[in-house]
Design a protein around this ligand. Structure first.
Ligand SMILES: Nc1ncnc2c1ncn2[C@@H]1O[C@H](COP(=O)(O)OP(=O)(O)OP(=O)(O)O)[C@@H](O)[C@H]1O
Ligand SMILES: [Mg+2]
Length: 312
């Protein structure tokens, strides 16, 4: 019976009907003829599945899994993760971080991702267009928390504009809808600049933020004095609040994402940094991400059930 279930799952993943499977088995592998009726009996559990046919299907699954090896994600215990990006100073890289993270999450890690940004921002439509061209769902900030969240694994990335920091992070929390609580609040900025650091300090000072907070340094120049600038603003760069790595500014400006689904990142180095950032966040929340080369190693050792769990 269990084998019938494995067979059904494999047929669904490989998109094979009973007729296709009988044909493939006859042409690819088995010496004896396998009729469509035999396959049907395997599928409905009336007779047990030929072990060699299952082994053949497992190799077909393995081949497909290896051909499209992506990272393997061990999800944190919480299914729906919300990452907010805010800083109570304008122009600190909030929008850039939110967009790049959303694209890495959806495209590079294959996670169902929704990006929220304010309709009141002049760039709103341009952002929506460029995200939809690469297949990332983008919604107005006003819809954050209104979506009927299923139990599916998903990441919500929320770009909070300067003027709405208080209302989005503090006032909304008093509403009954507790979906609005971020799991992690990222505060980006060039911490070598006094105003960016001061904006971060103000954000940290908001009364009532309960999420994990991390400060992300995006230096425009390799300013060796940024620790002192932070200290003046009351931020200790050696505290765990500060991310243990930074994302250097790119000479190309803030937008590095692919132009459409078939294109590659305009700046692969930035892609690398944002992958690392997302990996860090997933780890912080109790999950992990296995990189594609490591994932391929593990796919080679998987049994059929593990392959199906990985591919479904
Ligand atoms: N990693 C980066 N490399 C190069 N330029 C960057 C990077 N990040 C941000 N910038 C540039 O910094 C400027 C401000 O970035 P962004 O719009 O993301 O900030 P913001 O905090 O969302 O601003 P606002 O408060 O106006 O919403 C933009 O011109 C952007 O191109
Ligand atoms: Mg912005």
């Amino acid at each position: 019976m269990n084998n019938a279930i494995l067979l059904q799952r494999a047929m669904s993943v490989l998109d094979l009907c009973t007729q296709d499977l009988a044909l493939r088995l006859n042409s690819d592998y088995i010496d004896s003829i396998t009729s469509q009726d035999t396959v049907r009996r395997w599928v409905n559990g009336a007779s047990s599945v030929e072990p060699a046919a299952l082994a053949w299907l497992a190799e077909l699954l393995r081949f497909q899994a290896l051909a499209s090896t992506k990272s393997i994600i061990t999800w944190p215990s919480k299914q729906s993760i919300t990452i907010c990006v805010a800083n109570m100073k304008g122009g600190t890289g909030k929008t850039t971080v939110a967009i790049n993270l959303a694209v890495v999450s959806q495209i590079d890690f294959g996670i169902y991702t929704t990006h929220y940004s304010s309709e009141e921002c002049a760039e709103y439509h341009a952002i929506r267009d460029s995200l939809s061209r690469v297949g990332v769902k983008s919604l107005p900030l006003s819809q954050w928390g209104m979506e009927n969240l299923s139990n599916a694994r998903q990441i919500n990335i929320v770009d909070i504009p300067l003027e709405q920091t208080h209302s989005a992070l503090i006032e909304s929390r008093t509403k009954e809808n507790c979906k609005l609580r971020p799991d992690i609040l990222l505060i980006p900025g060039d911490y070598g600049r006094r105003y960016h650091a001061a904006g971060a300090r103000r954000t940290l000072g908001l009364d009532g933020i309960e999420s994990i907070i991390r400060l992300l340094h995006i230096p425009e120049l390799m300013n060796t004095d940024f620790a002192n600038t932070c200290l003046e603003a009351g931020i200790d760069v050696t505290s765990e609040l500060f991310l243990p790595f930074f994302i250097p500014c790119s000479p190309l400006g803030g937008s590095h994402i692919p132009i459409d689904r078939s294109a590659i990142w305009r700046n692969p180095e930035q892609k690398f940094h944002y992958e690392k950032l997302l990996e860090y966040i997933i780890n912080l929340l109790g999950g992990s991400i296995m990189q594609p080369d490591e994932a391929a190693e593990s796919i080679r050792d998987m049994d059929m059930k593990q392959l199906l769990d990985h591919m479904e």
